[in-house]
Structures are given as structure tokens and as C-alpha cells.
Design a protein around this ligand. Sequence first.
Ligand SMILES: Cc1ncc(COP(=O)(O)O)c(C=O)c1O
Length: 348
Amino acid sequence: MSYFRDNIEKMTGYTPGFQPNQVEVVKLNTNENPYPPSPEVLKAIAEIKPEQLRRYPDPMGNAFREAAAQINGVEPDWIMCCNGGDDLLRMAFTAFCDRKRPVAYPVPTYSLYPVLANIQNCKVVEVGFDKEFNLPARLARVKAALTIVCNPNAPSGTIVKADELAELAAEIKGVLLIDEAYVDFAARNCTELVKQFDNVIILRSLSKGYSLAGLRFGYAIAKPDMIQGLLKVKDSYNVDAIAIAAATAAIKDQEYFKQNIEKVKLERKRLTEQLRELGFEMPESSSNFVFAEHKTRKAKEFFDKLVQRNIYVRYWDIAGIENKLRISVGTPEQDDVLLSALKEILDM
Ligand SMILES: Cc1ncc(COP(=O)(O)O)c(C=O)c1O
């Protein structure tokens, strides 16, 4: 007999993207921002007082809530701080799902959702995207307690219009969680929907747009009643004192943030064009990565040959996406290394 609950015994845990130890690699596999965080972040960390570490942190992270509320045009009680966006996803599964309350989401998407569903032991309804990654109409009809739409979607990088998500929110009886971990790189977001609907939660992350994947900080935007309900399942001190100070400094420095985003978007355009010249096809990305498939050659071959050259991109041996590579947008220098290696592999 196992010590573990049946569903935990049977399930496979989440496999994070490979994190190589060496520094001399071109790492384009986990969608980190290639540029450093705002200098204000390092200043805020340097100014941490021993007293802030001796005492427990503010359980609500109010300094961050106020700054994030202002930027998103809501009140601070519409914001909840999280230990990375993943923390909010876990809270959502705990709060809304069980054996009788299924989760639904379009696939392919973020591979953590089924893992959290297995931990929670709830039924999963996966509804396939079409080839253009349009929102599947069936999603509204599956009667899920929690519907998740990753927007922009990972790994496709594609985005669904806010109007379509508004229709979905109005049609379903359960909660609609819009995972906007990558929205900083898109032309629009869905903040307005939380004002229109009681059942909408928006997830944001500071890992990508704010270059703070190592800090672990994200947040939820929702109506205060929804936030109050989620707080019941939150760890008491889910964000630490250093993280609150650093994340607050990052989100307040909008000028640096916007410049950083523009650089990534510009490079995304160049990378997309160059990859297309090499025979790759990919949908337009609203994110900081592209989802590329070569017209004639197999993704696995590229992946293996890139690893031999210390270049890491993301590859999944999963039916339906086994011929795709998800490539994070790097600096122009990193992307040039990748592009030359691809040319070499292609004998061009
Ligand atoms: C789609 C999506 N949602 C949420 C997250 C969570 O991000 P974090 O926990 O780093 O804030 C990620 C991280 O890669 C992601 O890809």
C-alpha cells in the first residue's frame, strides 16, 4: 500500500523546463525575459531592513496591491498577491474544483493545469483548439466549475479577443480564470472584464514582463467578493517581505517596463521573420515566444542538435505538438546564435 492518496500515487508531476547550470548557454526554453529587472528592484532589495526579515511580512502585501490597483484602474481590494501566478492557479483549483466540480480548458495549453487537476482529484475536460487557435465554442457548454483560458496562450502565443471571453463569461455558470501571464507582450488585456462579470479572475505574473521569474510574484484581479473567497485558501504569508518590496518597485517603474516590453516585441518581429526565411511556420505571437514548425524537418532533430550546441528551446514529445518548437524571444545576440545554428543544421 502506498503512503500517498490514490490520485497522487497515479499521477505524473509537472516537468519544469530544463534549467542548465552552466552560464554559457543560450537559454530560450522557459520564456524568461532576456533583460534584467528595473534597477529600482535591486535598490528596493538593498534597502531591506533586518526588522523586515525578523517580522512576518504583510499577509496581504498592501504596498503592492496599491501600486497594482493604480496601474490596472481598480481599487486595492480587487488585487490579491501571489507567490507567482502558479500560486493563484493552485488556489483556484482548491477553491472551485473537486470530484463533482470539473475544470475545463482549451488545449494545447499550459501543462500545469492537468497536474493541478490531478492533485485536486477533479475531472478534466480538455477541448481542442482548431488549427488557428480560435476559442472552441464547446468550452461554454461543458458545465465546468472552473474554466481556464490562457490568453495569450502558451505554447501557441496566440490571443483570443476580449469580446469572445466576455461571451464565454456570460454563458458559463462557473468561474472563468483568464491566465494573462504573457499579456504584457500583447496589444490588449482583459482587465475590463473583471468589472463586468462577478465570475472572472485575471492572473498576472511578474516573471515575464517584469523580468522577475526568480522572485516568484504574481497577482489576481477580480471583484472584492471573489478575492475574499480566494483569500480563504491562500497560505497566510504567501509572499515574503523581500518579494513585496521588489515587486512593488518593479510595477511602479512603468517607464522601464514599457521600454523593456518594446525591445522584446521588436525582437519578436525580427525573430519571426528570420525563422520564416529558414522555412519555419508559426502563428503571429502576442507573447515573448514563438511556436514554430519547420515545413520539411522534424522538431526533435532541431532540438537535439541545438542542445549539442548548448542552445535550449522547448520541445514536447506530445501528440499534436510533437513537431513544434517553442522558442523564447532572446536578446538579438542570443537569437543570432540560434539562427546561425539553425542555418547550420539546415545546411544553408
Ligand atoms: C501560461 C502560464 N501561466 C502561469 C505561469 C506562472 O508563472 P509564474 O508562477 O512564474 O508567475 C506560467 C509560467 O510559465 C505560464 O506559462
